[in-house]
Design a protein around this ligand. Structure first.
Ligand code: CA
Length: 510
């Protein structure tokens, strides 16, 4: 009798422990540079709700992406593998949803998984109990959204809608006895930066500061930096600059829009600005619209945090905020991403986990979107990953205990050339405060000493003082390429052959 009682007690403890596995709310944006987050020191905007996650949790100052472009970053996060192994190297690829991903493994372990918002991988989501996603990039207003039931247009502002869907699922869509992995993925603040109705006139009365490198002349680096097509001076369209009326708006949306932009556009046409004055006007228009989109994201994160508080879920839920890569807000005279230069290579990452992460902590280890999958799986208690991933769980770092053998260098590879914005293909390595980049189709190398030149304006690759560093970093680069199984042939491949995987028992989607 006593033995049975003990067994029942142990079983109850086991069930309760199982039930107490934390939920994960992963809030993800598209193209949000750390320079536009106040906890990262923005001098242009305030993001009180993202800051709250940071101040109640941990801010990561060296979170690098493996390939700074939208779709590829998402594929890396799902698979925990570099682009050359997950098969999604450029935005032109289609994600092979039959491969191993973290949501599938979490479902097998009893987690309920859901994704709402931007997906951007061409194929439909797999491994999710529930999903509703934008088609491709998706618009800022009145987005058609696809689910298993088909595609339906939803009226409103996309950032608000994605949050509404996330909240609806939290409140009534999920099975309350299961832990969840919920991904709330915004289109914002991706191009073409259409602000929401609440923020159309935000920042009207101020002039945004210019980054130190705004007037960069691209000397001191290889020809790659000078031959891109992503400058604020020459490569913003009339739609980007809101000189055209938007399409697919409702009458009320268009009225609000016209009230905000028409008088300003008229003043601009009359001013006939030229040269630097025109470039400055374009920067102000661009950066303000971008930051207005960020303001909506931050407001909506506030709604999610409030719900977690009000519902009592906050204490059992890990909240993560990140973006698919960093972004240029006028640094080097640019918008967009793609480069291994800091602004796009580094992405924001803040994580709150009550009782585990020390409040207000800051971490400077080299972490990456390559680590996200294994981190989620570790949190969920998945100890066996059938097809090995290439990152490392961040959970020990969350606990303030960086493993002794944590990575000291990081490999990067961007493939999309020819392509939008004409950024040359390159790979490279970051180690200590050095960064070595190889634009291999130009056979051009760059080396930056980030201590002396944090803005990466002058390559020291050919300087005699740095030849030992060059030698060391080339060895490191080759070792990393071997370690991560990077093919010698650097041309994009369509698909890496792999054994067909046994399908998980699917509940809704296969
Ligand atoms: Ca992106």
């Amino acid at each position: 009798m006593k033995t049975i009682f003990i067994l029942i007690t142990l079983l109850t403890i086991a069930i309760n422990t199982q039930a107490k596995r934390p939920n994960i709310l992963f809030i993800f944006t598209d193209d949000h540079g750390y320079q536009a987050i106040s906890s990262y020191g923005s001098n242009r905007n305030k993001t009180p709700n993202i800051d709250r996650i940071a101040s109640e949790g941990m801010r990561f100052d060296n979170c690098f992406v493996t390939n700074a472009i939208c779709g590829p970053s998402r594929a890396v996060i799902l698979t925990g593998k570099y682009s050359h192994l997950n098969g999604f190297m450029t935005n032109g690829n289609r994600f092979d949803g039959s491969q191993q991903t973290f949501p599938k493994l979490m479902r097998q372990k009893g987690y309920q998984t859901a994704v709402f918002g931007k997906w951007h991988l061409k194929s439909d989501p797999t491994g999710f109990d529930d999903w509703k996603v934008l088609l491709g990039q998706g618009p800022y207003y009145n987005p058609p959204m696809k689910s298993e039931e088909g595609t339906k247009k939803i009226e409103g502002y996309t950032t608000d809608i994605i949050t509404d869907l996330t909240l609806e699922w939290l409140k009534g869509g999920r099975e309350k006895d299961k832990p969840f992995m919920l991904m709330c993925q915004h289109k914002a603040p991706h191009r073409n930066w259409q602000p929401g109705p609440d923020h159309l006139n935000m920042y009207d009365d101020i002039e945004m500061p210019y980054p130190e490198t705004f007037w960069d002349d691209y000397k001191g680096r290889s020809e790659a930096a000078a031959t891109q097509t992503m400058t604020i001076a020459n490569h913003l369209s009339a739609n980007d600059l809101k000189l055209n009326q938007p399409k697919n708006f409702t009458t009320a949306q268009l009225e609000a829009w016209n009230a905000a932009y028409t008088p300003k556009n008229k003043a601009f046409q009359e001013a006939k600005l030229e040269g630097k004055e025109r470039i400055k006007w374009q920067y102000q228009r661009y950066v303000k619209d971008y930051l207005r989109c960020v303001a909506s994201v931050d407001d909506n994160i506030g709604r999610l945090l409030k719900y977690l508080d009000d519902s009592g879920l906050a204490k059992d839920t890990v909240v993560i905020y990140s973006s698919d890569q960093g972004w240029y807000l006028g640094e080097h005279g640019w918008y967009d991403k793609r480069w291994m230069y800091e602004e796009s290579f580094r992405t924001p990452l803040v994580v709150r986990w009550p009782g585990v992460i020390k409040e207000g902590s800051v971490n400077k280890d080299f972490v990456s979107n390559l680590d996200f999958a294994q981190t989620f799986l570790d949190i969920a208690g998945v100890s066996k990953i059938p097809d090995p991933m290439q990152g490392h769980s961040l959970v020990p770092i969350f606990k303030g205990k960086t493993p002794e053998d944590w990575r000291k260098s990081f490999y990067y590879h961007y493939y999309e050339f020819p392509g939008a914005h004409s950024v040359r293909r390159h790979y490279g390595v970051r180690k200590d405060h050095y960064k070595l980049i190889h634009f291999y189709n130009l056979n051009a190398w760059e080396l930056f000493d980030l201590k002396k030149d944090p803005n990466e304006l002058k390559s020291v690759y050919s300087q005699p003082d740095y030849q030992e560093v060059v030698k060391d970093l080339k060895v490191e680069l080759n070792e990393l390429r071997k370690k991560y199984k990077v093919p010698e042939d650097t041309r994009p491949v369509k698909r890496v052959n792999r054994k067909p995987k046994k399908q998980e028992p699917a509940k809704k989607n296969k």
